[in-house]
Design a binder for this molecule. Structure first.
Ligand code: UDP
Length: 347
């Protein structure tokens, strides 16, 4: 069978065929790559709003890969693509705190209406839907680690940051409602801070920003006093978790945290990045001139509210599918530094 016919045959049988919405994005492109390596057929749909074609350019020669540059709101295209697949990995969304603060209308519409379209079309073909959610849904909770069944407290609607969490909560409710009402197989995964090669600092993400700043010899922009903390997971660990959640029958209709539990303050992160890039013996002092402190109002908007700590409880995913992250923060940073260094020299 030639590859085109084989493609059509596989599409008709649906088996091991994944559709990734937002597949040209940072996480989606890694997911596509690993699924292909594991023998899946993969279709990507992405409108390239924040995704980049370069992220998937190395996959286009693979006969089991195809892509559509289009929005998931295009019903005709989506119907066709969903009809061919067994599982939809729904990652298309407006992401990144900076983008959300700057483009609130776009965020709300993309996240809520996009997921509505995916669920509605998936129901026609009973395709499994893996819904990407976010640790942002834990809002202002300060009782870490966050568990999937924790109560949620968000800030007021006058602070646009919280619109992202609210849209993702609607997506979760919507997915669970389709599961309850129509028996549509859905799984929700709440991604905590995820980093790795191909992530850009353009939308505000802290690690690529710090690494780019340190490589360019400019001060690292620590917001506020840097005492806020996060746990950073390598994108390969995230993708591993997402695929294992999709391959299990025990995860259907459930919500899972996916994240690292190694907590670091943003100030210590900046010090670590400086130390690693300059191969220094000691961490620089918090007063080092290579660190610049910037108030939140200046970095984002007036009245911006940050999350002080964000740590997942990963007991549930560990118990149900036996997943836990393999890479620690030093390995994550080394990988990001290597990839941004390589990019710098190829530019
Ligand atoms: N941050 C920072 N400097 C930057 C970018 C971000 O200090 O140049 C801080 C940000 O305020 C937050 C943390 O780093 O407390 C993580 O930010 P990011 O946007 O990567 O993810 P978030 O956890 O906010 O979704």
């Amino acid at each position: 069978m030639d590859s085109q016919n084989e493609y059509l045959y596989r599409a008709a049988t649906h088996s091991k065929h994944a559709l990734i919405t937002g597949g040209a994005g940072f996480i989606g492109s890694h997911l596509a790559e690993i699924l292909l390596k594991r023998g899946y057929w993969v279709t990507v749909i992405d409108d390239l709003s924040t995704g980049r074609f370069e992220n998937i350019a190395h996959l286009v020669e693979n006969p089991r890969f195809k892509f559509a540059i289009d929005t998931i709101m295009n019903e005709v295209v989506m119907d066709r693509l969903v009809s061919e697949c067994e599982t939809i990995y729904h990652l298309a969304a407006a992401v990144g705190v900076r983008l959300i603060v700057e483009r609130p209308v776009h965020t709300i519409q993309t996240n809520v209406m996009g997921t509505e379209a995916v669920l509605r079309i998936a129901r026609r073909y009973q395709a499994k839907v893996m819904i990407a959610s976010t640790s942002e849904v834990y809002g202002k909770g300060n009782h870490v680690p966050f568990r999937e069944d924790d109560d949620i407290v968000l800030g007021p609607t006058s602070r646009s940051r919280w619109s992202y969490a609210a849209t993702k909560m609607v997506d979760e409710f919507h997915g669970l409602a389709y599961y309850e009402k129509y028996n549509l197989p859905i799984v929700i995964f709440r991604l905590f801070n995820t980093v790795g090669p191909r992530q850009t600092g353009q939308y505000g993400m802290v690690i690529p920003r710090f690494v780019e700043q340190a490589l360019s010899g400019i001060p690292l922009t620590v917001y506020a006093d840097g005492s806020q903390s996060r746990c950073f997971m390598h994108v390969q660990d995230a993708v591993d978790a997402i695929i294992s959640l999709a391959e299990s029958e025990k995860t259907i209709g459930k919500v899972f945290n996916v994240g690292s539990t190694e907590e670091v303050t943003i100030l210590d992160l900046a010090r670590k990045v400086i130390k690693m890039i300059n191969a220094e013996d000691k961490l620089p002092s918090p007063n080092d001139e290579r660190i610049q402190y910037i108030p939140y109002e200046e970095a984002y908007t007036k009245g911006f509210e940050d999350m002080k700590r964000r740590v997942p409880d990963i007991q549930k995913i560990q118990t149900v599918i036996g997943w836990r992250p393999k890479k620690n923060l030093d390995q994550v940073l080394a990988d990001v530094i290597d990839s941004l260094n390589a990019q710098k020299f190829t530019k």
